[in-house]
Design a protein. Structure first.
Length: 235
């Protein structure tokens, strides 16, 4: 057969697939899925929490997605915010709030967790238009409004005016992946690569009495068509 010298897109795609590292392909797939609004799974690593989280971008939140996290993950449903957005909202780390307290609770601020670093938690909030704040509808509303106003003018005034604390949506602040490699930072790094605002929803996957194993999380990902990657694959 005569060679035509034409390089087709199929040939290029095949070459990239064969010659790319598996981790790079997993990362690119995860970025693509996040851009589409789909749920992905990230396992942080055996040397850290040893947990897998269900993760998606906050702009795509729905009550149905919250139900999936609640039923199929079972951990704490949180929203990870990058530092710029947290500063725009006027948020502080919860440990900072405790340490600045005039009461004796200032001694309770966590300095270091069992897995080696300081927590990323800030405060927990509800939107003012919710009822209890805990239902799938209520949490979806709270998260959607956080995502909506994160890059709007007057974000601080809107955040303070529309939300109250304590609530049922736990906010996390990224410390930068160079400083901390928790799910907060891993999720926000994916958002950065996806060229999307740093507002990521995440929830730990739990098993019987402990975190769901990586193998079980992979099985769940395969069964449900979710992209899966490990923390060490996130660059």
């Amino acid at each position: 057969m005569e060679k035509t010298g034409i390089i087709t897109s199929f040939m290029v795609d095949t070459y990239l697939l064969v010659n790319s590292k598996t981790g790079d392909m997993d990362m690119k797939n995860a970025i693509s899925e996040v851009r589409k609004g789909n749920i992905i799974i990230v396992y942080d690593g055996d040397d850290r929490e040893g947990e897998a989280d269900l993760i998606f971008h906050g702009s795509f939140v729905t009550p149905e997605k919250i139900e999936i996290l609640r039923k199929n993950a079972g951990g704490l449903i949180c929203v990870a915010l990058d530092k710029k957005i947290a500063d725009r909202f006027g948020l502080k780390f919860y440990t900072e709030i405790l340490r600045e307290s005039k009461f004796e609770i200032n001694k309770m601020a966590c300095k270091k967790t069992a897995y080696g670093d300081e927590p990323s938690f800030s405060i927990a909030v509800n939107h003012k238009n919710v009822y209890t704040g805990i239902t799938d509808n209520d949490r979806a509303l709270t998260i959607k409004r956080i995502s909506d106003i994160c890059d709007e003018d007057g974000a601080h005034e809107k955040f303070v005016g529309e939300f109250y604390a304590p609530g049922h949506v736990f906010l996390l602040i990224g410390r930068g992946i160079e400083n901390r490699k928790g799910h907060t930072e891993l999720a926000l790094k994916i958002a950065e690569h996806a060229d999307m605002p740093g507002v990521m929803v995440l929830c730990e996957m739990l098993g019987k009495g402990k975190a769901l194993s990586m193998d079980e999380a992979k099985k769940y990902a395969d069964k449900n068509g979710f992209a899966f990657l490990e923390g060490k694959e996130i660059w």
